[in-house]
Design a protein around this ligand. Structure first.
Ligand code: ZN
Length: 206
């Protein structure tokens, strides 16, 4: 499978994917890729889903993610993320819900299973959770990571009659919340920034 990435030169570089899983390899025609045989920034970017420089005639990214899943190339790409380069959400994914519907090669390349849920109680909540599985295939309790969009925020207060009510309910300035089992919760104003944080947090996972 071939991919064409516009680099600094006139002609796009050609990346060739061969093998699958442990035998997966992505070779690039750029000088760094040819000379060292090591993973160049183009291969790393492609494996991390950064595809803004991708040219027409390129192969299917979902297919690429499937072939690369479990490979050392993915591990290396996640281990050495491109400096300063944010991970952009897949095309068509502009919110938590569409991210789940469109699917995400970077999430698919992990062993995590995505689930989606919505709440429409006092205010709207849309939640994408990523779960680890036990060996028998059952989902582990509690999500390893969670990307949530929460419309409002408020304080829970106990009324005189013992019932609960909300106070200070207002739209959230930073409605995107990223949580994880072994990380501090962060909030972001924009979906793109929350997505970037989620992917980086996943990459740090041991
Ligand atoms: Zn290259």
């Amino acid at each position: 499978m071939l991919f064409y990435v516009q680099g600094s030169g006139k002609t796009p570089y050609e990346l060739k994917a061969t093998g699958a899983g442990e035998t997966f390899y992505l070779a690039c025609s750029c000088p760094a890729g040819r000379k060292t045989g090591k993973q160049c920034k183009h291969a790393r970017a492609l494996l991390m889903g950064e595809v803004t420089a991708l040219q027409e005639g390129s192969g299917d990214l979902v297919e690429l993610a499937k072939l690369a899943a479990g490979s050392s190339a993915i591990a290396e790409a996640m281990d050495r993320p491109l400096e300063k380069m944010p991970h952009r959400p897949p095309e068509g994914a502009s919110c938590v819900k569409s991210l789940y519907e469109v699917g995400c090669p970077l999430i698919d390349a992990t062993d995590l299973t995505p689930q989606y849920s919505e709440e429409g109680g006092d205010w709207k909540v849309r939640r994408l959770t990523l779960h680890e599985r036990w060996r028998n295939g059952n989902l582990k309790k509690g999500a390893a990571f969670e990307l949530t969009w929460e419309e409002m925020s408020g304080d829970v207060v106990v009324q005189a009659d013992g019932s609960l009510a909300y106070e200070n309910v207002k739209p959230r300035a930073r409605p995107y919340v990223v949580r994880g089992k072994s990380m501090q919760t962060v909030t972001r104003k924009k979906f793109e920034d929350a997505y970037d944080f989620l992917i980086k947090a996943m990459a740090k996972r041991g």
